[in-house]
Design a protein around this ligand. Structure first.
Ligand code: GLC
Length: 566
């Protein structure tokens, strides 16, 4: 019985405010690295279309596509030069229309990336804006006239000198770019700009897309007097996010967007980087405030190089604190990876040959059984892992390259930097999807834009299709298990065995039906303590592929178990 039927028959209690996007499992596709159809080495829309049956076979409900708009690709599509055109590397607008139609035919929804904190410097607005001080597009961006002296320092994520103000001689002024110098920040304080953004959103919504993932959204509102950046936070990205985020008019702008656009369509919106605390995140998605739907915060991934260093107890508390604030209203995204992160198994699990598969399955179990909408990143269903590039030439990412140059210019330790990138670089998660054991993992017949992980001969989708015990087939079972058990969507979450440093244990409960999830985050046998007896129970899924009842409160290395009680 579907969740909707259970609601209709009052099997699920009323008052849970059912929404398709709460029940959905979202699969993230990084188009550049998914599937190339024309042999130019870059993934494209026709490539995605050719793999829709695979995507459907996963059982997921919606796809979030990273930006596919026209772009000079300084930041792989996060620098948009035309919001109403498709990037030529990816195809044409008719390819897009076909993709959307074919997805909808299969019952899959499409979420697009909305990147409007900044545009490309090659966008027509910016070309106009920089041409003269009295151009009508001047106020679409943030400018600081040089005669006022140097603007107060702003840190930048991707600038070679880490300076977000760039001097532009044409008008003897500086413009602001929180990201690369080819990504000037848009000026949301200008109502004309906000109207333009609303129009762009209507353009895509009228085509029938099902939602937006709002990129870097907490930064859109700025204090145009540019107060001094507190010196103690310079070079501390997490602190900078707090300083840049939640500008004075942020929520006003989102509420305006809601009344102008969002309220008029049936869509889902998810805010990337929704504040730095659970309370701030709630502000984006509290239904009474009429803003957005899902908060996608960074705390689950901003933990340094590896979960071991951070500690499981702290990690469990972080999730539990969010859940407490979101217990009665609001909604969260649950994820462990995306295109800005290393591979999930390399960061949170164990990618050694012995434990890669089992720990991948355990982490997938976590994502699909927590309270919140799972956002699952392409390739994690195969247990894809970090490629561990050795040289700077193997990287293309503006962030890695510019940081490398910055360190080089300062005479810093480049080897230490490259070692660290093996664990934290964004491109760890962007290597091409491993389809089969053919050249370039079946991703392209040409030269791949980014090196394929050399383990593709053993780790690939084709091989895993044939193996009932593969990570891929386990993922499919997990998807089905979530769908069969509405408690995973609408049930409460209770943390158990709180201080256990090795095991994450929690209960999901709905209408008296209880689901216990036990996850061993270590490569050793681990013991848990539940404070109640596990008498009559049924193991409904176990990543060791057996239904052995759990014994002596022990879990095998990286074991995950889902247990049902009545
Ligand atoms: C977001 C994107 C990231 C991009 C940045 C600037 O964090 O996920 O890939 O580089 O915004 O647009």
């Amino acid at each position: 019985m579907t969740i909707k039927e259970q609601f209709d028959q009052n099997i699920i209690i009323a008052g849970k405010d059912p929404k398709w996007w709460k029940e959905a499992i979202v699969y993230q596709i990084y188009p550049r690295s998914f599937k190339d159809s024309n042999g130019d080495g870059v993934g494209d829309l026709k490539g995605i279309i050719s793999k829709l049956n695979y995507i459907k076979s996963l059982g997921i409900d919606a796809v979030w596509l990273n930006p596919i708009y026209a772009s000079p690709n300084d930041d792989n599509g996060y620098d948009i030069s035309n919001y109403r055109e498709i990037m030529s590397d990816f195809g044409t607008m008719s390819d897009f229309d076909l993709l959307l139609a074919e997805m909808h035919k299969r019952g899959i929804k499409l979420i697009m990336d909305l990147v409007v904190n900044h545009s490309s410097d090659e966008h027509e607005w910016f070309k106009q804006s920089r041409s003269s001080r009295d151009n009508k597009y001047r106020d679409y961006y943030h400018w600081w006239p040089a005669e006022k002296g140097k603007p107060s320092y702003r840190w930048s994520w991707f600038d070679i000198n880490s300076n977000a103000w760039k001097y532009d001689a044409t008008t003897d002024s500086y413009y602001l770019h929180y990201f690369s110098e080819k990504q000037p920040d848009l000026n949301w304080e200008n109502p004309r700009l906000r109207n333009e953004v609303h129009d762009i959103m209507r353009f895509w919504l009228d085509k029938g897309i099902d939602g937006f993932r709002m990129d870097a959204f907490q930064f859109i509102s700025k204090d145009n007097s540019y107060p001094e950046l507190p010196i103690e936070i310079v070079n501390k990205p997490v602190e900078i996010i707090k300083f840049y985020g939640n500008g004075p008019h942020l929520h006003e702008y989102i509420q305006e967007m809601n009344s102008e656009v969002l309220s008029k369509y049936n869509l889902m919106t998810v805010a990337e980087g929704a504040g730095s605390t659970p309370i701030e995140a709630m502000k984006f998605v509290d239904p009474e405030r009429k803003e957005l739907d899902i908060a996608y915060h960074f705390e689950s991934v901003e933990i340094g190089k590896h979960l071991h260093d951070f500690g499981l107890v702290k990690y469990k508390n972080m999730f539990s604190n969010y859940d407490t604030v979101f217990k009665d209203k609001g909604w969260l995204a649950i994820f462990l990876a995306n295109h800005d992160q290393p591979r999930m198994v390399s960061k949170f699990g164990n990618d050694s040959p012995e434990f890669r598969e089992i720990s991948s399955k355990m982490l997938s179990t976590f994502i699909l059984t927590m309270r919140g909408t799972p956002f699952y990143y392409q390739g994690d269903e195969l247990g894809m892992m970090n490629p561990r590039f050795e040289t700077i030439e193997e990287y293309h990412d503006v962030e890695t390259r510019n940081k490398y140059t910055n360190i080089k210019n300062k005479g810093g330790d480049l080897n230490a930097f490259l070692e660290e990138q093996k664990q934290i670089a964004r491109e760890n998660g962007r290597t091409p999807f491993q389809w089969d054991a053919n050249k370039n993992a079946g991703f392209t017949t040409g030269d791949s834009w980014l090196k394929v992980n050399q383990n593709f001969k053993t780790i690939n989708a084709e091989a895993q299709e044939k193996d009932p015990k593969s990570v891929l087939n386990y993922f499919r079972k997990l998807v089905q298990t979530r769908k069969d058990n509405p408690a995973f969507v609408y049930g409460t979450y209770t943390l158990l065995d709180k201080e256990n440093p090795n095991v994450y244990a929690y209960m999901r409960e709905l209408n008296g039906k209880k689901l216990l999830v036990l996850l061993n985050f270590t490569n050793d046998t681990a013991t848990y303590n539940l404070k109640f007896k596990l008498e009559k129970h049924e193991v409904i899924l176990n990543n060791y592929n057996d239904s052995t009842p759990v014994k002596n409160n022990q879990l095998r290395p990286y074991e995950s178990v889902i247990i049902k009680f009545e």
